[in-house]
Design a protein around this ligand. Structure first.
Ligand code: CTP
Length: 228
């Protein structure tokens, strides 16, 4: 890195990194969708920080209000199915894949072709499970690079994150407690627990910008240790 904070002439070893970010939108009819409170900030900060360190980044993102960071490849998607297809297409050429997106776990069983009209006092929606994109990385897409998942939890942070680490074949899960006020979803700040197969490391409260730079260090170290 140069003294003005700009990127150095070249990274010692340039790696290809895929980052998923933001929420997905699952349409109900032409004007309505099911989504969640993810802002995409953490994923976008990570993509920017990797690019700043001289690496090649492909950011696959659901809809957000954020500007696309400079110096990255960007592919916008809407639904969990579109994100799944995009990851399946691109993950084979990646060294590191980071799944920061808040992907909908369920999607409407059918999309009404016309706007749903108000009628009865109650309305029951039928939802079907989406495919687990991170959970498909090893088993379906055959990804052998460094795999990083995220876990947003409201209870049992470490145990839930460790379950995801094992279940989804990750090398690292970045866990955060979304029940704590002032961090996580809409916030510019976060506090995370890095859950590795054999140990944990807590990264204390910091801006998502600063945290992204710490995560880049941790993920690159992990990647290099796996290449030895
Ligand atoms: N994820 C994914 N595809 C999905 C659901 C989740 O790629 N359909 C990824 C997220 O990007 C995140 C990780 O899996 O990196 C954990 O997501 P989370 O929603 O916390 O996990 P789930 O497996 O959906 O478990 P639960 O909602 O029951 O906690």
């Amino acid at each position: 890195m140069t003294s003005d904070g700009g990127p150095g002439p070249s990274a010692p070893h340039t790696v290809n990194i895929l980052v998923t970010a933001g929420p997905t939108r699952e349409p109900l009819d032409p004007v309505r969708f099911i989504s969640n409170r993810s802002s995409g900030k953490m994923g976008y900060e990570l993509a920017a920080a990797f690019a700043h360190a001289g690496h090649m980044v492909l950011l696959l993102s659901g809809p957000t209000a954020l500007d696309v960071p400079d110096g990255i490849d960007f592919l916008p998607v809407e639904t969990a199915a579109e994100m799944h297809a995009a990851v399946s297409h691109h993950i084979g050429s990646m060294d590191i894949a980071i799944f920061a997106a808040a992907v909908a776990d369920y999607t409407p069983a059918a999309i009404a072709p016309q706007k749903l009209k108000k009628s009865a006092d109650t309305l029951t929606l039928e939802l079907v499970k989406t495919s687990d994109i991170l959970g498909s990385a090893r088993t379906v897409f055959g990804f052998t690079g460094t795999l990083v998942g995220f876990a947003a939890e409201t209870e049992n942070l470490e145990a839930n994150a460790r379950g995801k680490l094992t279940r989804k074949g990750c090398d690292l899960v970045v866990a955060n407690d979304v029940s704590k006020p002032g961090i996580g979803f809409d916030s510019n700040h976060n506090e995370v627990l890095l859950v590795y197969p054999n140990h944990n490391e807590a990264l204390p409260l910091a801006s998502k910008h600063d945290l992204a730079h710490q995560l880049v260090q941790a993920i690159l170290e992990l990647h290099l240790s796996q290449r030895l």
